[in-house]
Write a protein that binds this ligand. Structure first.
Ligand code: FES
Ligand code: MG
Length: 577
């Protein structure tokens, strides 16, 4: 690969030359107390840090950035830390998804407006991974993703507890009266033992593992627990590699192509990853002009079973996954499905990186011959189409009760979560197990921001009868840590006039997973009548970022990116006068 010269680096437009601007840039850098020799003639590496005191998943990144800087200095670069919005999945309302594109814009503009040659991206909590990478892809500067790492395993009274999955489980136990209010309080602290991202196979580990498999992190980095000393060493390596990537001009458009995304999908399916990834990957590919569709994902899920025995599909946590050999061990088991010639940020191929990968626990990371869920019983991602979702909907059938995968039942439709919660929490509200529970107006425009409302609660009257799952449909998303027969991401959403808006309580809904269908049994004429009477349901925002969001967001099957940000850009470098 052709090495770049110092004069090729964009930072030199700021730092070199005799103009008054060059003088001011050098002056302002020395204002930090740096000697001229310490930064002149070196690639400038932007360490984009999503640390914040609202995001415990990223609490250690404040300190971890120092390890990245160490790596950058040692490799002859000049590191600068740039704070960016932290996307604390639990704390940010109405939903982090509303701000994923905001973070993408921030990262893109941060890198573009400063004298940055390459970037190390520190993140991991759910939307931060796609948000940061979408921005970095659009600048097309050499970039490496340094994952925050999962929190350590949790236990409560000797029982394994995973972030998200068990919160939901214990909440259902509280609703059934199996634990009392004091125990519910006692559970608050022990379930999230350390800093780091969720220790289940939720959206965080799904996304960090996928981008790892795509070659955007040192291979296997995503499995290292946040508090492990190895995590700090990995961060330092990211700093070193970023400098190398600048000299080698290893920019996203040269590092990644459709094969990288296909390798990412192999990891996604073998992990039993979160449904959220289906949206993020389409948005990420879109920034590079790479075609990626829901059908690409469905095709991979048809041939690759869930091998990672992790909650919510399985029974272990991320620390167990790490000790079993982590992502490298998992990828080693699906080598036949990977394109081993795809390059990684380490300057080698993924095939090289997997040389000698071993699995140390075949129960945690299963062999293809002994999957967590056989393909006949359930998959990581099923794509459904039909008159209720002409542009697609998704379902994680591996986390669903198999008896519902072919089901017909009457719809029970809600337009708002408040009304739904009120009805379902009433123990006298009679619902049959056949009911298809529907919540609409939870999509990108309708909610707005497509919140994780899709794991609709089981009605109390059914919970009391021991029912644990029913068919649920929503145009919103669901947390990757949750489980159940939840049809999600219905597109187009109700708020933009998708057919879900026409469904009425009592209509028969048919879910046929083997046939990939989701339909309502309502005649064409009746649907036309209902469409003519349809009233706009979404609150329209006239101001704020939300107004921009509602005007510009694409539907779930297109990745929910902003229409004016998708695709490859040809923007001029900023003028310096
Ligand atoms: Fe941050 Fe789950 S809440 S990763
Ligand atoms: Mg989540």
């Amino acid at each position: 690969m052709a090495k770049r010269e110092l004069s090729d680096l964009r930072s030199q437009r700021w730092y070199a030359g005799t103009s008054i601007r060059g003088f001011a840039h050098r002056q302002r850098t020395q204002q930090f107390g740096l000697r001229r020799e310490e930064f002149m003639g070196k690639p400038v590496i932007g360490i984009v840090n999503t640390w914040s005191e609202m995001n415990a998943c990223h609490a250690h990144l404040r300190h971890r950035a120092e390890a990245v800087k160490r790596g950058v200095w040692q490799a002859g670069g000049y590191p600068v830390e740039l704070p960016a919005q932290s996307m604390a999945e639990i704390m940010v309302k109405p939903t982090t998804m509303l701000y994923r594109n905001f973070l993408a814009m921030e990262v893109e503009e941060l890198l573009r407006c400063h004298p940055i040659d390459g970037a190390v991206l520190l993140g991991g909590c759910d939307k931060s991974t796609p948000g940061m990478l979408m921005g970095a892809f659009s600048t097309d500067l050499p970039s490496i993703f340094c994952p925050a790492g999962p929190m350590s395993n949790g236990r409560y009274k000797g029982t394994i507890t995973g972030a998200g999955t068990h919160t939901k489980k214990y909440f259902d136990m509280l609703r059934r009266g199996e634990i009392d209010a004091q125990e519910w309080i006692n559970l608050e602290s022990p379930m999230t033992r350390t800093v780091g991202t969720c220790n289940t196979m939720g959206t965080a580990s799904t996304m960090t593992s996928i981008v790892d498999a795509m070659g955007l992190s040192p291979t296997g980095a995503s499995s290292i627990p946040a508090v492990d000393s190895g995590h700090e060493r990995m961060a330092s390596l990211c700093g070193e590699l970023a400098v190398k990537m600048v000299w080698d001009d290893l920019r996203p458009s040269r590092l990644l192509d459709r094969r990288s995304f296909m390798n990412g999908l192999v990891a996604y399916m073998a992990l039993g990853g979160s449904t959220n990834a289906a949206i993020h990957l389409i948005a990420m590919a879109g920034r590079l002009g790479i075609e990626l569709s829901l059908e690409d994902m469905a095709a991979k899920s048809e041939v690759i079973p869930v091998l990672a025995n992790l909650f919510p599909s399985g029974e272990y946590l991320m620390e167990d996954f790490y000790f079993a050999g982590g992502l490298k061990a998992l990828l080693g088991k699906v080598k036949d499905h990977l394109d081993l010639s795809v390059p990684t940020v380490e300057g080698q191929t993924i095939g090289d990186a997997l040389e000698g990968a071993e699995c140390y626990n075949d129960d945690v990371i299963r062999d293809v011959s002994n999957p967590v869920t056989p393909l006949s019983k359930g998959r990581t991602l099923v794509v459904l189409r039909g008159n209720l979702a002409p542009n697609g909907a998704v379902l994680k059938s591996s986390a669903a009760d198999p008896k519902f995968l072919k089901h017909k039942g009457p719809a029970l439709v809600f337009d708002h979560p408040d009304a739904m919660m009120k009805a379902l929490d009433d123990a006298d509200f009679e619902v049959s197990e056949d009911t298809v529970l529907v919540l609409r107006n939870a999509g990108p425009v309708g909610a707005p921001g497509m919140p994780e409302w899709g794991n609709l609660p089981i009605p109390k009257s059914l919970l009391k009868k021991g029912v644990r799952d029913i068919v649920r449909i929503c145009d919103g998303r669901m947390s990757g840590t949750h489980y159940g027969t939840c049809v999600l991401h219905v597109s187009p959403e109700a708020a933009v006039g998708g057919p879900l808006a026409l469904l009425q309580t009592g209509d028969l809904v048919s879910l046929d997973v083997p046939a990939g269908r989701l339909d309502m049994e309502v005649g064409e004429e009746e649907l036309a009548r209902r469409r003519a009477a349809l009233k706009p349901s979404a609150r329209v925002y006239e101001s704020s970022f939300t107004a921009l969001y509602q005007r510009s967001v694409t539907q779930a099957d297109k990745g929910c990116d902003f229409d004016f940000l998708a695709g490859v850009r040809d923007l001029p470098e900023p003028e310096i006068y």
